[in-house]
Write a protein that binds this ligand. Sequence first.
Ligand code: EPU
Length: 460
Amino acid sequence: MNTLLGGAGATTSSPGRSMPDQLGETLAIRGGRPLSGRVEVKGAKNLATKAMVAALLGHGTSVLRDVPEISDVNVVRSLLEVHGVTVTEGDEAGSLVFDPSGAVSAHFEEIDAHAGASRIPILFCGPLLHLLGQAFIPDLGGCRIGDRPINFHLDALRHFGAVVEKLPSGIRLSAPDGLRGADISLPYPSVGATEQVLLTAVRAKGVTELRNAAIEPEIMDLIAVLQKMGAIISYEPNRVILIEGVDHLEGYDHRCIFDRNEAASWACAALATDGDIFVGGAKQQEMLTFLNVFRKVGGAFDVREDGIRFRRGGTLKPVVVETDVHPGFMTDWQQPLIVALTQADGESIVHETVYENRFGFTQALNKMGADIVVHPHGLDRGPRRVPRRELEQAAVINGPTPLHGAEIVVPDLRGGYSHVIAALAAQGESLVSNVGIIQRGYEKLFSKLDVLGADFDVVR
Ligand code: EPU
């Protein structure tokens, strides 16, 4: 217990063995042991990478603190560098300093080298158009969890006056007459498209009104970053955001909001393995919806000043959950939750309403002994909070089913983390391959697992 709530053992670096921070490709995991101890979560992937792009808009240097050491951050750093932004380590651990004074158009080959690596490059459009009058965006990457179109982004940019040219290798944009404020109504409160509008509107001429905006805490944190830079952004009722464009923005000094996706992942790991995990840096406000579901499933948590402790409060119970935009239950939380639901007593249903293909990871869970049936076109059962979306799917999980070791391949970031947790909850040994992908969003995963008492080796 002492190691849970502080003290010498309460760090994410193990005194026992030295863990490479770079993930290998395959892990041999011997499961059946509860994960217990303390891990720290740093800045949110889904804010840090956007705040890094915002640095392009400033006239001075920007400092971002609590930046997670993940590969998505490396991709954005490298893209900023090919555009002439100098990126250096700051005065405190985990901080980065951005100096955009030498920003230039990058060579096609340099940008293209980042094709397929991440979805963040699409957010460079607005800042580059303001700075250089043109932008080239390579083919995007990110997790394969659906079509992931960018039509909302491109439509919004056209509203600002950008000319969009689709090429076989990517998208070229120009703004011969500069960008001007626009009235934009998103067909769906997309996180990325809302960020696109914010990053473009802050320097556009005139006022932008964005309706049906996403209001995730990471977006509010991005608004805080932009306000520090000199932007004028107000948040109105009913998902409306008003942005008054300004001529000049300065740099910022900002500490990233914590990664609530990672915090929820560790919480589910405690449930699935019957462990006891204190997540340093986790905060209650941004996790209210998650915590309600966690409690309904039979989890217990204690909120403290420096983090939240998660464990089982008794037998796990089935739940019906619908993923949704904020303040709903995040689509990034359902994967580790489903691992825990395989151990709940009865039938759970998870409706995925955000992405059309985010249950691929359940095949591996079934291989390990779970009983999960995916309904590719959704289920109409029960009263719903979220109006049914055309693209939605549902997973019906019948538990409890003991899990056993298996050979499994990680399909995507959140699914991959869930595979690792399932292998840790399962009896026997699992071989989990393609784990490198998890490094896109989980910092120091090996060290953290080690601290929590996981029994595993990197085999290749
Ligand atoms: N959509 C469109 N057209 C668009 C943009 C989105 O149809 O132009 C659709 C998507 O296909 C999807 C829905 O709108 O069905 C929601 O997509 P959204 O734009 O909100 O997601 P995103 O910005 O691409 C971010 C996070 C995701 C997270 C979602 C939802 C980043 C880099 N990614 O994606 O995070 O799941 O918001 O909260 O911020 C992850 O961390 O594992 C991850 C996938």
